[in-house]
Design a protein around this ligand. Structure first.
Ligand SMILES: [Zn+2]
Ligand SMILES: [Zn+2]
Length: 133
């Protein structure tokens, strides 16, 4: 099984990811735009047991309970308390899943691209937060 490393910008939060994502998605909802700072978020979803988090300080990993996503779910959006990088999303509706923003994953991201490629084709065609995000 492949093992992939990931980290926040400052390196205080590190992840070890075992195996391939169960799902990949792009989300253009306003919550993900604000969380990631980009026009869309690019995410990879894993089973909880595939991902191990370590922090250099016990309380550096912060979590914001986002009640605003258009899916209606409450999303637990976690980020590094030092550098602010988003590193994890979880939702109680899918307790076995854990979503990682693709940008924090180290190395080649070719295998993490979302099928379909083209992103911005007008508001109506944009993907939204679903339960996985
Ligand atoms: Zn950091
Ligand atoms: Zn979203």
């Amino acid at each position: 099984m492949s093992v992939t490393s990931a980290s926040c910008l400052c390196g205080a939060v590190k992840l070890e990811i075992r195996g391939d994502p169960r799902m990949k998605n792009l989300c253009h909802c306003s919550s993900c735009q604000k969380f990631t700072g980009g026009i869309f978020g690019s995410f990879a979803a894993y089973a909880v047991e595939q991902v191990t988090f370590t922090e250099s300080e016990p309380d550096v990993l912060k979590t914001y309970n986002d009640t605003t996503p258009e899916s209606g779910s409450v999303l637990r959006r976690s980020f590094c308390g030092k550098c602010g990088s988003p590193v994890r999303i979880q939702t109680s509706s899918l307790p076995d899943a854990l979503v990682v923003p693709v940008g924090v994953i180290d190395g080649d991201k070719a295998g993490l691209q979302t099928p379909g490629g083209v992103i911005l084709q007008g508001q109506g065609g944009l993907g939204r937060c679903r339960r996985e995000c």
